[in-house]
Design a protein around this ligand. Structure first.
Ligand SMILES: Nc1ncnc2c1ncn2[C@@H]1O[C@H](COP(=O)(O)OP(=O)(O)OP(=O)(O)O)[C@@H](O)[C@H]1O
Length: 337
């Protein structure tokens, strides 16, 4: 569906493609310079002392490279990697099974760590601090806890909602990396590298055009590159700026990276409500979407792009939004929706 091309979450069909493009070392990882240097130091210090690196929390929106960095932490230190996710850990027993089977120095990656069961979180505190867990045996008055020693490991947790992590868990990470959205120039390098790996003949103008429409997110940039590749393949031409424009027009992605739903939201505010303010539920009904989708998926990017403001009285379209729709700020609607 065209509306999904700009969503930052991965869909199942692109996992193999993403795997092939993942940088394997910090040197290949584009952007996030500060985080890269911080990680480099942490990993080098651990190597010099011949110990497992400190636990690492990677926080930031989807598609910015958290899984990739977890893999790099393991790869750079030549350590095995075990991957799981918060939703897969529904009971403390699920976590105990994973922890007790780790080999010394292994990197344990827990994606969406904020979605782990509470009981497992509590078990993790002790495991992170003392490399030990207490296993409960039996029920009721006869229940006893048996301590179990664990091999030293490095936990790499990833979260899109670090605010949802309980403080005791957050405090047990030796280092928290906050990943930022990428600049267009950095995205250019991400897809330039991807094009080389995929042996695609794409010119610089095309890469530039794609970077500007990718919402600061490498996963989206790589996905748009794939659509442009398809377009050039089917039409038998080069992947140049004309191909990018034609391909992305087909998928309803405009020059600033807005899709059909983003624009529909702005149109409603500008054309029906004279620029706002409009309440979230009214807005959602007007575009025929769930309020949660508007709030979680559409608004963050529009706010970040300076097109939408959230005020206590409702959502307001900025002057920039009016201009993006080709209208003079504050001008009366030229047509009715
Ligand atoms: N800095 C980067 N340099 C090059 N490629 C990158 C970079 N960051 C991400 N990518 C590419 O973008 C894609 C998505 O990255 P990744 O899966 O690591 O994101 P994520 O933050 O873990 O997302 P999610 O939270 O949805 O799992 C991968 O194909 C990866 O190769």
């Amino acid at each position: 569906m065209s509306d999904e091309i700009l969503r930052p979450d991965a869909d199942d069909t692109e996992l193999a493609f993403e795997g092939a493009l993942r940088p394997q070392s910090l040197g290949e990882f584009v952007g996030q310079q500060k985080v890269r240097r911080q990680l480099q130091l942490l990993l080098e210090a651990a190597t010099l002392q011949n110990r497992a690196p400190d636990h690492i929390l990677l926080a930031g929106p989807p598609g910015l490279g958290k899984t990739t960095l977890a893999m790099i932490v393991a790869h750079e230190g030549r350590r095995p990697l075990r991957m799981t996710s918060g939703p897969a850990i529904q009971h403390a027993g699920d976590l105990a099974a994973v922890l007790s089977s780790l080999t010394p120095g292994e990197v344990l990656f827990i994606d969406e760590i904020h979605r782990m069961a509470r009981s497992a979180e509590e078990m993790l505190y002790l495991a992170m601090e003392d490399f030990r867990v207490d296993i409960m045996v039996g029920k009721g008055a006869g229940a006893t806890s048996i301590p179990l020693e664990l091999a030293p490991f490095t936990l790499v947790g990833a979260t899109t909602r670090s605010g949802l992590l309980p403080n005791p868990l957050r405090d047990r990470f030796g280092f928290t990396a906050h990943l930022e959205f990428y600049e267009p120039g950095e995205l250019f390098r991400v897809i330039e590298r991807a094009a080389t790996l995929l042996r695609l003949d794409v010119d610089g103008d095309a890469l530039h055009e794609i970077s500007g429409r990718s919402r600061g997110t490498p996963r989206i940039a790589n996905r748009l590159l794939r659509r442009v590749r398809d377009y050039a393949l089917v039409h038998g031409g080069r992947a140049d700026r004309t191909a990018v424009r034609a391909a992305l027009e087909l998928y309803d992605v405009d020059e600033q990276g807005l899709d059909r739903l983003d624009r529909a939201v702005l149109h409603v505010i500008v054309d029906r409500f004279a620029g706002g303010p409009v309440g979230l539920s009214t807005l959602a009904v007007s575009v025929g979407e769930e309020a949660e989708t508007i709030e979680a998926v559409v608004e963050p990017f529009l706010v970040r792009s300076g097109l939408l403001a959230r005020t206590p009285r409702g959502r307001v379209a900025t002057a920039e939004a009016w201009r993006h729709l080709g209208r003079e700020p504050g001008a009366a609607a030229g047509h009715d929706l």
